[in-house]
Design a binder for this molecule. Structure first.
Ligand SMILES: C[S@@+](CC[C@H](N)C(=O)[O-])C[C@H]1O[C@@H](n2cnc3c(N)ncnc32)[C@H](O)[C@@H]1O
Length: 393
């Protein structure tokens, strides 16, 4: 690609539009969007969770897991290197804010109320499994928990969507991000820092080996972009830095434990436009969430955004845990010693708004994945959200 040319991504097919209206057709496609759960399915999920939460790990075991959390992830990346997670190429469909100038090239469902700037997506947020991004991890983790079970699909309601999108009329994410008013606290930082001259500063927290960071750098090739990323696994951060795609003129990776009271960062407080938090909070003890979110808020500039996606309550992965793996309500230990919390929309809303953020989007994404060869069905649940730091405190 010659200089000045934009990295216009190949158009992804539109997702979120494949609805199962007749359950007899379930094996006709690999996945169905916005699947509606009926009361029986919900009750069965609750019952499974009740059973797998009956036996809790001991306080000592729970404490040990907390102490060894970074070590477990180091061990994980020591084994898998960068071969485990796939690049999250769906990012721009879900979060066009990451490359605002290209937003028009990604399939977005047009919200009739929104005009010029592409709206936050409502129900196309289901490209994930088509990328196989979580599938790989779960092949490893969940197969350890149990073998795949057959679940008969529930009767489908005629409603096409169970997703709640609270994108508000006057809270267009593109608007706030396009004009990046880097001000106040940031200007008071006298020292130079990597990315100081950038016009769009993005931090990914819990970046792993860069499956989110590198797609951002590849897709958004605007000059003003600078991407920071951190993880508490130093092995993961080293892998990011050793990648041929790691360019210190555009990117800076560093080690940071999100649950620590102070973060050591290469940028000042109040300087970030966007913080990406994807499948990360779930790895921490839920008691830590308020502290982590308030830290993120400190580093965002006024008007800056948190982009969030994580495992939702009663996701297949939660239902598959066996007894004896539970640390606390909806919080489990995987076979490799890493942990996973399954959150609800309301919990996300409560946490983010308590931290003083404004809701831009908060939706639950239910998807039915199908293994046609083995005639298996798998119900996935994710929560996706966008929250903004008020422009005027
Ligand atoms: C499921 S991976 C997701 C990686 C990445 N966000 C992505 O989308 O590919 C979760 C990551 O969170 C990191 N992590 C977990 N707890 C953390 C903490 N307290 N501080 C920093 N990173 C943490 C892990 O090391 C791991 O890399």
């Amino acid at each position: 690609m010659s200089e000045g040319e934009e990295a216009v991504p190949a158009k992804r097919p539109q997702f979120g539009t494949r609805f199962l209206s007749n359950k007899k057709n379930v094996f006709e496609h690999n996945a169905w969007d916005n699947v509606v759960w009926d009361e029986t399915q919900e009750a069965e999920a609750k019952a499974k969770v009740q059973v797998n939460s009956e036996v809790l790990l001991t306080t000592e075991e729970i404490e040990k897991l907390e102490q060894e959390a970074a070590g477990q992830w180091d061990a994980f990346y020591g084994i898998h290197q960068n071969r485990f997670f796939k690049d999250r190429n769906w990012l721009f469909t879900e979060f066009p804010e990451l490359a605002p100038h290209l937003a028009h090239t990604f399939p977005q469902k047009q919200n009739p109320r929104d005009a010029a700037c592409p709206p936050a997506p409502q129900s196309q947020n289901t490209a994930l499994l088509s990328d196989g991004e979580v599938t790989e991890s779960e092949k490893h983790r969940n197969i350890l928990e149990t073998s795949i079970e057959r679940i008969s699909p529930p009767p489908q309601s005629s409603e096409s969507s169970n997703i709640t999108d609270r994108t508000s009329l006057n809270s267009d994410p593109c608007e706030s991000i396009a004009e990046s008013p880097h001000t106040s606290q940031e200007n008071s930082a006298t020292d130079s820092f990597p990315g100081k001259d950038a016009t769009l500063r993005i931090l990914e927290v819990g970046c792993g080996v860069g499956n989110t960071v590198f797609p951002i750098l590849k897709t958004n090739n605007k000059e003003g972009l600078f991407v920071y990323c951190c993880d508490f696994s130093s092995i993961a951060v080293d892998i990011v830095k050793e990648s041929p795609d790691y360019d210190t003129k555009r990117c800076h990776a560093f080690v940071c434990d999100l649950s620590s009271e102070e973060w050591e960062t290469p940028f000042p407080k109040g300087s970030l436009d966007i913080i990406v938090c994807i499948f990360v909070l779930s790895a921490l003890h839920p008691d830590k969430y308020p502290q982590v979110i308030s830290k993120m808020v400190e580093y965002l500039r006024p008007g800056g955004l948190i982009l969030y996606r994580d495992y939702g309550r009663y996701d297949m992965a939660q239902l598959r845990f066996k007894k004896g793996r539970c640390l606390a309500d909806n919080f489990y230990m995987r076979g490799d010693g890493t942990r996973c919390y399954f959150i609800t929309q309301d919990e996300v809303r409560e946490l983010m708004t308590q931290a003083g953020l404004e809701e831009v989007q908060n939706l639950v994404d239910r998807r039915l994945q199908v293994n046609r060869g083995k005639q298996l069905t798998m119900y996935r649940v994710w929560v996706q959200a966008k929250y903004r730091k008020p422009a005027h405190p």
